[in-house]
Design a protein around this ligand. Structure first.
Ligand code: NAD
Length: 340
């Protein structure tokens, strides 16, 4: 794995305070790019696009698109300088050298790229080889690969899978971590771009590797979350003090992100979702979605899993429970009957 430094990047020379006096040419080089595309302005995409816009040179244009017109209107209202709304995904791609997509599920990504790449005529005059598509969505690696293949075979640009972690809070603060799968020659350029929206960019290998890394991590996270809720519930039912138990675990071998940062017991970690009725945070449905993707991708490669299916079934039951639905995934503790 290669952690790529953003500091050494040539694109950093284009910094937000630079005021260009002449319009830069669309096609000459990515270092001179002037038009950017962003598709999918949801919970993650909206703040990411805002951070990107804030860090781009003043004269650059950000072209945005979302099927939800309220999202693009709100974005334009809040960021009136250098932002334009496109009617569809194809228009975004035709006008941009770099296109970032942040969409919910595999079929959304496949649909948007189909719209972009078909018909397969050149999207503009001779600039296709410069074009870079960065997909930050968490989707099925097989679908991502087929979209990458379609992009490359159409000659319309290069494709990078760059799923992220850090949640909505990280997207707002610009502190996301991106896990990217890209050919070595694209890594620096992708890193420079993603560094405007995040703190770390980890290159895990060729196309598809970003998603495999993300799914392996989220598989572990989903299991750790359930195990932490069960262990905390067990200890508390045995009469242990919640904070004392968490402190002990967090200097012992059970320590993990759900025990240390996102502890499921209200009052143990100040500011955690558990302390605000499990509102916000990483939703149960998202945990279930990522587990499903990881299990499918593992099965397709003949990889044996012991716990995944049980965990997925449990998350689905949690989401179907009225008092837990739509909450942070640490609400598993409530589902187990944990003392709040
Ligand atoms: P979201 O549902 O809030 O936003 C998705 C946006 O895409 C919406 O605005 C929707 O209108 C738009 N959209 C859907 N179909 C479209 C289409 N065909 N054309 C244009 N726009 C379209 O989702 P999100 O929470 O922002 O998540 C986006 C991706 O990031 C998902 O793959 C998710 O798994 C991943 N992710 C989310 C989080 C999180 O905490 N929310 C964290 C890490 C990764």
């Amino acid at each position: 794995m290669r952690a790529v430094s953003a500091i050494a990047s040539p694109l950093r020379r284009i910094n937000p305070v630079t005021r260009q006096t002449t319009r830069r040419c669309f096609s000459s080089s990515y270092k001179l790019q002037a038009t950017w595309g962003f598709i999918g302005l949801g919970r993650m995409g909206f703040p990411m696009a805002r951070n990107l816009r804030a860090k781009l040179p003043i004269d650059d244009t950000l072209i945005i698109q979302d099927v939800n017109k309220a999202a693009t209107s709100k974005f334009l209202q809040e960021n009136p300088e250098g932002v334009r709304i496109a009617d569809n995904a194809r228009e975004v791609a035709e006008k941009s050298e770099t296109i970032i997509t942040v969409l919910p599920e595999s079929h959304h990504v496949a649909g948007v790229y189909k719209q972009i790449l078909e018909p397969p005529s050149l999207l503009n005059d001779g600039t296709a080889k410069e074009r870079l598509f960065i997909d930050c969505s968490t989707i099925d690696p097989v679908i991502s690969q087929s979209v990458a293949d379609a992009t490359h075979s159409s000659g319309q640009g290069k494709f990078v899978d760059a799923p992220m972690s850090g949640g909505v809070v990280g997207a707002q603060a610009g502190t996301l971590t991106f896990m990217i799968g890209a050919l070595p020659e694209i890594v620096d350029r992708a890193t420079e771009i993603l560094s405007m929206m995040g703190r770390r960019v980890l290159h895990l290998g060729d196309q598809g590797s970003g998603l495999h890394g993300k799914l392996a991590n989220n598989y572990l996270l989903a299991l750790n979350n359930i195990a932490t809720a069960e262990a905390m519930n067990m200890g508390i039912q045995w009469g242990l003090d919640p904070k004392a138990l968490a402190n002990m675990i967090n200097i012992s071998t059970g320590k993990c992100w759900p025990s240390e940062v996102n502890n499921p017991v209200p009052g143990v970690i100040e500011g955690s979702p558990a302390c605000r009725g499990y509102e916000g945070g990483f939703g149960v449905a998202l945990a279930s979605k990522d587990l499903k993707l990881a299990i499918k991708a593992a099965k397709e490669c003949g990889i044996k899993l012991g716990l995944g299916e049980h965990a997925k079934a449990l998350y689905d039951e949690v989401e179907a429970t009225e008092t837990c639905k739509g909450r942070d995934f640490s609400v598993v503790y409530r589902y187990l009957g944990g003392k709040e």
